[in-house]
Design a protein. Sequence first.
Length: 381
Amino acid sequence: MQLNSYDEWSKLKEVVVGTAINYAAHDRELSFDLFFHDNLKVRSEWYYPRLSTAAVSAQDGERVRHRIKQRYLDELNEDVEGIVDTLRTLNVTVHRPMTLDPSTAEVRTLAWSAAVVPPLNVRDIALVAGDEVIETPPMLRSRYFETQFLKPIFASYFKEGARWSAMPRPLMTDGSFDRSYVLSTTGGPTEPIPHPKTHCYDVGLEMMWDGAQCLRLGRDLVVNIANENHAMACDWLERHLEGRFRIHRASKLSDSHIDSMVIALAPGRLLVRSRAVADYLPKEMRNWDMIVAPEPAKNNFPIYDDDDLLLSSLYIDVNVLSVASDVVLVNDACPELARILEQNRFQVIPVRHRHRRIFGGGFHCFTLDTVREGGPEDYLS
């Protein structure tokens, strides 16, 4: 079938679901600490363990490996397969990336090396804009070549007529990163972000941006911009898509990804973390119906050990996946969210996903929809 995905809600026909096979650890280094800044800050939340600085921080630019407990990985793999099975029962064709070979220990470039992670959160590494798949320039060094795991899928769509492009890959030296968001955020990170080291391949700030920073609304794209790296990538996107899509910039709606802040469920209908989200959206969207997600409850989440590294926010379960404009996959650990959506006339399909905070993604993160029935409609005029 030909690539065709313009929005977040029309009937889903084909989707890529990520894989966590051979996911072993997180590497704490500069790009990791910058990206997960908002969730690595020392907190007093009732279930958020304080990190031990000596145990997990990266000192003097060195990588520090934080291993993931095997039981979490085993349960994650069970839950991912459950997502796949659910989608197939809904007559959705599911594509899977190539799996990470355990012998592929790290990626090395001109300027750095990093451990490789498997293609789990596939929403981040590509943007599907209508009949085009765009590989995005990652913000984490460990994900630099992650789109390679999806190459057979993208090649298949290309053979059927899809456009296929890649945004320029950054060198990603320490000097490539705009740290202004981190330095200006109240509370600061768990450990101070070190001053960037100079490198012979420094070229200044570079474009870095994930597909999950984009909300797709037919011919309109709402793009979250929190720093200069994002802004440069959005400049490229505007020029590349000129005449086909309209780009709307949302300034600092979140530190990076938009899909735990706001999800478009149907034309004129949004699921939001709070009503304050409206202030960041294009003015044409501010009168849309906003369904406010309930505050997370303590028993929505597993209880973790003090040495477990948690990467996603308390509101990760806003990260739902629409199978149609009235059908939504929701974490079965969140009955409060399911009730609110049902009260708003959505059919809720509960699916298990336990360790979304450990692995930094919900249903929307784990999926990349490649074929939906919708087209380039104008929902904002």
